[in-house]
Design a protein around this ligand. Structure first.
Ligand code: PMP
Length: 363
């Protein structure tokens, strides 16, 4: 059905820019997570191009089999510093970071407790683990407590949540989760894919937003959104990261990250520090778009961060709107089941720092 609507795998000639070309026409892009515009930032491109020139396309080797370069270690050190943690391990994808971390930390007789709207990679990580999976109602802290009470006091318990929920743009109540975890002797893992570079005064994510930097056991992030490349990371205590290095299959059996990606992300971390204006522009754009969509009567749910859903509730209407918007020069994504619950189908808009007021006005 998706295919029949002509909105499946639409072929565009560029992606991570405010304007893209689709079927020969220019469209304003709201379908990528290049939040700060860093995928095309001159410093980032230069660093990546220089590394490409110097080292070539690929390491053609896994991290443990000779594919660990100074660049990889430097990126992990910088990401650990960025998140205020002790150590960091990187993976080839954000997806693999969750898949590589959760099943290693949660095994038989352990409990993993997660939000009903957690990202697919968290859900898959939970079900790949040998532990008991408990799911609490979305952002419902009373239900989280109820689930925690079901676990044996002495058992290992890991609470896993998105920091910013990827389909709704609302923010996990990490402060309450942290307190409940302390009361119930549980550890906390936050997936900050959509919060790194976006939330907090310095763009460090949900932990900074809630003043909890260095106090959340495991912070996961991606190198595929505000940090513009490919890959994922886990920042945690040294002991945990060391253990992951020796036991995490997607780390051990995968190619190491291409040097150009690593160099580009390192440059992006610097830009995030040096150019807070980009985050200010992002927030100006997010607020403008969300407020004006609301004024026009659209249902943007509980969106608080840089993901703005427009909830339609009907698949056919959602696809029709995507097509209509395409016709009018705006690219948005349709999110339907199983990405969201049935009857909660929606458009998803992700503004960028680099959209102009004119782009947003038109959209
Ligand atoms: N976690 C969340 C919350 C995500 O939204 C995504 C990707 N959309 C991922 C993990 C996976 O990240 P990646 O695309 O880098 O594999």
């Amino acid at each position: 059905f998706f295919r029949a609507q002509g909105v499946f795998l639409r072929e565009v000639s560029s992606v991570a820019q405010p304007k893209i070309i689709l079927r020969g026409r220019e469209l304003i892009m709201f379908g990528c997570c290049n939040y700060l515009g860093l995928a095309t930032h001159p410093k980032v491109k230069k660093a990546a191009a220089e590394a490409l020139e110097k080292y070539g396309m690929s390491t053609s080797s896994s991290r443990i089999a000779g594919g660990t370069m100074e660049l990889h270690n430097l990126l992990e050190q910088k990401l650990a510093e960025f998140e205020g943690g002790e150590d960091c391990i990187t993976y080839d994808m954000g997806y693999l970071a969750n898949l590589g971390c959760i099943p290693v930390l949660v095994t038989k007789n352990d409990f993993v407790i997660t939000d009903a709207k957690s990202h697919a990679s968290i859900i898959d990580g939970c079900f790949l683990s040998g532990g008991t999976v408990l799911v609490y109602r979305h952002n419902d802290m009373q239900d989280l407590e109820k689930q925690l009470k079901k676990c044996k006091w002495k058992s290992n318990k890991l609470i896993v949540t998105d920091g910013v929920f990827s389909m709704d743009g609302d923010i996990a109540r990490l402060d309450v989760i942290h307190n409940l975890a302390q009361e119930h002797n549980a550890a906390v893992m936050v997936d900050d894919a959509h919060a790194v570079g976006v939330l907090g005064e310095n763009g460090k994510g949900t932990t900074e937003y809630f003043n909890l930097m260095g106090r959340i056991d495991i912070v996961m992030g991606t190198l595929s959104k505000a940090l513009p490349g490919l890959g994922g990371f886990i920042v945690a205590r040294k002991k945990i990261v060391d253990y992951l290095r020796s036991a995490s299959r997607p780390f051990i059996f995968n190619l190491s990250l291409p040097p150009s990606i690593v160099a580009g992300v390192l440059a992006a971390l610097e830009v995030i520090r040096e150019e807070p204006k980009l985050r200010q522009n992002l927030w100006r754009n997010v607020r403008y778009l969300r407020e004006n969509l609301q004024k026009l009567g659209y249902n943007t749910g509980n969106s608080e961060a840089a993901i703005i859903p427009v909830i339609i509730g009907n698949d056919i209407k959602t696809y029709q709107m995507v097509r209509m918007l395409e016709h009018l020069g705006v690219f948005v994504d349709a999110m339907v089941y199983p990405a969201v619950r049935k009857r909660e189908s929606r458009l998803r808009l992700t503004p960028m720092a680099t959209h102009s007021p004119d782009d947003l006005q038109k959209a």
